[in-house]
Design a protein around this ligand. Sequence first.
Ligand code: NAD
Length: 512
Amino acid sequence: MKQENSGNQPSIADRFGEEHIESLLRELEARTSGHLIEGRWRTGSAGSTLITEDPATGRAIAEFAAGNADDIDRAVTAAETALRSGGWPLLTASQRAALLFALADRIEREVDQWALIEALDAGHTLTSIAGGDLPLGLRALRDNAGWATKVNGATAMQSACQSGANYYLREPVGVVGLITPWNAPFLMTIQKLSAALAAGCTVVVKPSELAPLSALRIGEACRKVGFPPGVINIVTGDGIAGAALARHPAVNMVSFTGSVDTGRSIIAAAADSNLKRTVLELGGKSPVIVFDDADLPRAAAAIASEICFKSGQYCAAGSRLFVQKTVYSIFIDLLGAEMARVRVGAGYRQDVDMGAMICERQRARAAAIVAEAIEQGARASAGGTPMPGAGYFFPPTILEGVDPGARAWREEIFAPVIAVTAFEDGAAPNAVAALANDSAYGLSAKVWTRDLRRAMEMVACLQAGQVIVNGGGGEATLPFGGTKLSGYGRENGLEGVSAFTEIKAVRLGYPP
Ligand code: NAD
């Protein structure tokens, strides 16, 4: 699990001494962030605030405005004005792209600062942010900038004698609400924002109340880069602000990433208001299947690394592990050794592989689900109970013998906990896939085998928005999204940008 440092370059964690972290904390503590509305930072209409804390210590790090329906209304009005009569619709697609490329360049110049803010606010390791979320987010941003000039309508082929023309246009869907979670705040915000702007929409972003700092910083970077006022608005706050955005009648679409329950309430708000379009990226309980011919050491290292990435607070993490019977015990030993190597601590410190969970509520829920599984007969062969001391740390945990009806097997725990079972040696790929498909979720599925035919059969049979064979993580150029309770719609790539467009069909008749 140790992240190797190439050459003699100091690692990102080495570059941040105690002094640097303290000075950033003092800077954050010294101000209260407002909402970004019509290109200016404004205090919330009710004047109430919320606090975000460092999950590694529980220390409050910044105060920000608690938005309400009035703040959302002001932001939506600003976005509507920018969409209809501001400078935004006058820009060509290549000018919109140029602004997005400039935003990427600006973020890239200060990559260390962005990583530190995210590590403090969301609890993840500097190396995972600097090596994962940031490059992935920048790639999505630049890819989406590229799509701005390539998302087109089309003209149908016609016979030469037909009088007139039939074609269709793609137009921006309109004002879009972007509601994001806390587990990958930078990546989720930049991915949604860049796709919506590439399509010509204007946006109101509602970041998670548990980690809003990188979204606020994105807002400031957008201002500096020169986006016209009102194109990007940010209203901080909790579900009150989110719900107001979801039911606002002038919002044409909501792109949401978060929990299934909130996803359901967003669909209900859309139905009760203006039938706005919704794209929902929800939770997961992703299966990982290890066949006996797999590269077992490599598979064990990758599976341990993934379930510990963001302390297991990663929607696509493989959290139900199916291992072929003949290699089960050898594989569990390999996995246990990998989990034991994981160094847990504050994400912004040196020599740490896994940071804290986001808050006590999430950690207590994970601990309760694990304890319940153990009461029902499961065994924790690694970890199992919260770590003592300050901060919201939970150790890498392997659960064996989990009852298939237990919450630990069926529900998303969102913690570094993997539940393991064995499958029969003679089981055909479709039978193994059926075991994996026995879940309410369908976000991601992972397969480890050297047999190409078996791999292709598994790809065909697995019910998931994404199948990964023999390792690999997020890929900004591939559409990402789920099936079943994992939601619907896709982000990234042409599909991700097209989701923010509306089609207008035109029949143009020539006068006789
Ligand atoms: P959450 O649903 O509690 O909150 C997500 C966002 O919704 C926050 O900004 C929150 O303030 C807002 N919100 C809360 N109530 C609302 C309401 N009634 N109406 C509108 N907005 C409301 O989710 P979370 O705990 O922040 O995130 C964790 C969840 O996100 C996990 O289930 C995880 O799997 C999922 N997730 C999914 C993906 C994906 O791409 N599929 C990626 C990351 C996280």
